[in-house]
Design a protein around this ligand. Structure first.
Ligand SMILES: [Zn+2]
Length: 261
């Protein structure tokens, strides 16, 4: 039987709490990958079959193009010799996003109650990620829920964003990630027509090459114990999920939850 391939996704790494994954939790994920002899590949590698199916393979992906991905995650990835895919939002280059610590909600503008700033990556950061062997994927131009915007705007968010990144970086942008995990049949059709090889959702599950490549499942995991369970094939097991939660709670380490974004 073919080995299960998990795709993981993250947002902020080592940023201000509560909407971030603590750096030590992220590093514990990387340690588990090493301990369990995992090879990391990009999402594009996965879709193109550029990997050895006899090895343990996993994809690490980062949504939203936050600057802390570059500042905090990239150095750790490099020190472990790992690759990742970064789904970026080029229309957010010059804005700061804000989090409301009481609700965990995000705002793209300054608003009362939204007090925690998150800066975004710029062109030079995306270029360096590429130079370091990472993949840049597209996460739309300005991160709307694509299933709720007028269909006339889909081309801008999906096709124009791809072209923009390709002009900026001088390479093909081959993969897409639906903002907030929202899509419908029309959105998927535009993503296919744009020439992407595939796209990721926010539903949990292992990669299945026989399934629709434009609806690839991913795991959003912070608990280091459950991360190991996923690597060992138990990612869809409620028993393992609850047991890992109990173990983390018993450790008295902080459980940090983040919203799908
Ligand atoms: Zn997002």
């Amino acid at each position: 039987m073919a080995k299960k391939i998990p795709i993981f996704y993250y947002h902020s790494i080592g940023g201000p709490p509560p909407e971030t994954l603590a750096l030590e939790h992220f590093e514990s994920h990387l340690k588990s990958l090493k301990l369990l002899s995992y090879n990391t590949i990009t999402f594009a590698d996965l879709l193109k079959g550029n990997y050895d199916p006899k090895l343990n393979n996993a994809v690490l992906s980062f949504d939203d193009g936050l600057l802390d991905n570059y500042e905090n995650a990239l150095p750790l990835l490099l020190s472990y010799g790992f690759k990742a895919t970064f789904f970026v939002i080029p229309g957010f280059d010059n804005i700061t996003r804000w989090v409301n610590p009481k609700t965990g909600n995000w705002s793209d503008t300054v608003k009362e109650g939204y007090t925690i700033p998150f800066k975004n990556m710029q062109t030079q950061h995306r270029r360096e990620l590429l130079q370091q062997g990472m993949e840049i994927g597209c996460h739309s131009f300005t991160h709307p829920e694509l299933s709720r915007i007028p269909s006339a705007e889909l081309g801008y968010q999906i096709i124009d964003a791809k072209r923009h990144l390709e002009d900026e970086l001088g390479c093909a942008i081959e993969t897409f990630c639906y903002p907030r995990g929202k899509y419908n049949a029309q959105v998927v059709e535009v993503v296919k027509q744009a020439g992407y090889l595939g796209a990721t959702t926010t539903f949990p599950g292992y990669f299945n090459s026989n399934r629709d490549l434009f609806r690839a499942n991913r795991f959003l995991i912070e608990n280091p114990y459950f991360f190991e369970d996923v690597l060992q094939g138990y990612g869809m097991s409620p028993y393992h999920y609850l047991k890992a939660r109990w173990r983390l709670k018993n450790d008295k380490r902080p459980v940090i939850e983040s919203k799908v974004c």
